[in-house]
Every structure is written in C-alpha cells, then in structure tokens.
Unconditional design. Structure first.
Length: 304
C-alpha cells in the first residue's frame, strides 16, 4: 500500500495519472528528473533508448538523430546522480557522420561482453558500434527479420535488448504488414519468436523491450496522440519462460500511466535493466518545446 501511494504522489505531482493494476504495488518509483544538457556542443534531445555499463558506471543515451551521449551514473536506493561526459555523432566505418536517411537510430543494447549494438528504422538493420559511436560491423539477421515488411518505413526496429540465451532481441513498433494491429511478435536474431497481444488502444505500439532479471521480458507499450496531447503507457511483463511455440504468451500489466496535457508531455521510449530489480525509463522530447526528456528510476519487486 505504501508503494502505490508513493507512486500516486510522485506521478501525480509530475502530471501523470496512474491507473492501478493488480501489480502496481510491486513497482516503486525511486526518483524521476527532467534532464537538460548540452554536451560537446550538442543538445540532449530526442532520446530513443539507453543502456548502462555497470563495469564503467557509464550510462549511454541514444538520440534518434544519430547522437550517442555518455554519462557517469551512480544509483542507490534513494536516487541517481549523473555527470555528463561526451556526445558523439554516429559514424560509419570510414569515420564519416551518418547521413540523414541512415541515422534513424532507435534501439540500443549491450551484450554480456560489453559490446554495443544499435538498431535503425528505415534501413531495418542492426550494427555493432564502438562506445564512441563508430560503426564496426553489421549484425547478420535471420530471414524472418531480413525480409520483414513493417507497416511503414519508420516503424521497424524500434527496440533492442540482449538476452544471454537468445542473443539480440528486437520488435517492430507496429505489427508487420497484414497482421491485426494488436498481434505483436518479439524476434531474436537466433530465430526464436514470441507472440502476444498488445492492449487494444488506438495507435498503441512497442517502444522498447528489455530482459528482466528472471529471464522474462519487460515491454514498454505506448499509445500516443501528439495533436491532443494524450499518451498512455503500459509496462508489461511478458512470460516467455513458459510460453510454447505458436501460443500467445501470457502477459501482466505492471504499471499503467496516463498523460493528458498539452505542456511538459512525456513520450516514453527507452528502457533499460540496471540489475537487482532496478530499471530506468526515459522519454523522447521530439525536440519539442512542449515536451520533456524525463528519466524515471524505478524498482520492480517480486510478488509475495
């Protein structure tokens, strides 16, 4: 009860409305902040994903304009502290800055060896990058991903995560061409797939996928209407551990957020697992004066 009251207080003060679910009591918001930085002459904006390197205490934030921001980050049970380090424009193998039509960088993941991967919409590809933003090589995709047909050109590899069992995991923002709009699939580069049904909300899509401590998936579903200033976010736990091939995996809504306002809007897109039940979620401000880059630090506790 204490956790849910804290959620209501914190999110209410920041313009969110929480819709209680059976699992809301298992989620605790530790701290949330609006971020405003200019690093190496580049403005922190349009953040689409983030990952944390525990070994170096480095938090990477990825802009969908092809910029990689780095921070020294410290986390404890009370909150977090950030120190801006560098900003790098993503470059190709020859060291040239990625052109407009090739820099729609949306998803990011670190593998268990510390290798950094970035996924791109429009060109539907995933690449291995250095940690200062230089492209190293292209990730080989299975046929199901290589030949996939998104519902539109910029609705493809929106998310990226790493699983020690299945390798890189990704999802399209909206189901591929020809499927019902709530029937979604999570794909791994090893060829494993998981199907589930999204919430039946207009313009709902997957903005991020993350692997949880227990090996299941945490999915960020986000429905939005920029014109009306309305957003709905569902944090969903997807049970892939007991899901059989051909079935729709069971899901559980851990947290429901509603944002209904024209000012200081939060369009949540990025999600990363810090370990020990702690997570970060970040919003994309779309470089819009009416929106925020909001970083939310939260904890998911096991069910009792």
């Amino acid at each position: 009860m204490k956790s849910i009251m804290l959620l209501i207080l914190l999110l209410g003060l920041n313009g969110f409305k929480i819709i209680p679910t059976n699992s809301s009591k298992n989620v605790r918001i530790i701290e949330d902040k609006s971020l405003s930085y200019k690093i190496d002459g580049l403005k922190l904006c349009e953040i689409s994903d983030l990952v944390y390197d525990k070994n170096s205490s480095t938090l990477f934030m990825l802009s969908d304009k092809g910029i990689l921001f780095t921070f020294n980050a410290k986390f404890d049970n009370k909150g977090f502290k950030l120190k801006a380090l560098h900003a790098y424009r993503l470059k190709d193998k020859s060291g040239k800055i990625l052109k407009d039509n090739r820099r729609d960088s949306e998803g990011m993941a670190l593998d268990d060896k510390g290798n950094l991967y970035i996924s791109f919409e429009r060109i539907n590809k995933i690449f291995h990058f250095s940690k200062n933003g230089v492209m190293l090589n292209e990730v080989k995709l299975p046929k199901t991903l290589k030949n996939i047909e998104p519902s539109s050109g910029n609705k493809s590899f929106e998310s990226l995560a790493w699983d020690k069992r299945y390798g890189l995991i990704t999802a399209l923002e909206y189901p591929k061409e020809g499927l019902n709009r709530i029937n979604q699939t999570i794909y791994s580069i090893t060829g494993k797939e998981w199907n589930f049904k999204m919430e039946n909300i207009k313009r709902n899509g997957i903005s991020e996928v993350e692997v949880m401590d227990d090996g299941n998936l945490l999915i960020l579903e986000r429905a939005f209407n920029w014109f009306m200033g309305k957003f709905e976010v569902n944090l969903v736990k997807l049970d892939i551990n007991s899901c059989k091939a051909g079935e729709y995996c069971k899901k559980e809504i851990l947290l429901k957020l509603k944002i209904n306002r024209f000012f200081n809007m939060e369009n949540f897109e990025g999600l990363t697992n810090l370990g020990n039940g702690k997570y970060l979620m970040i919003s994309d401000d779309n470089n819009n004066i009416l929106a925020l880059t909001k970083l939310v630090y939260f904890e998911i506790s096991p069910k009792k």
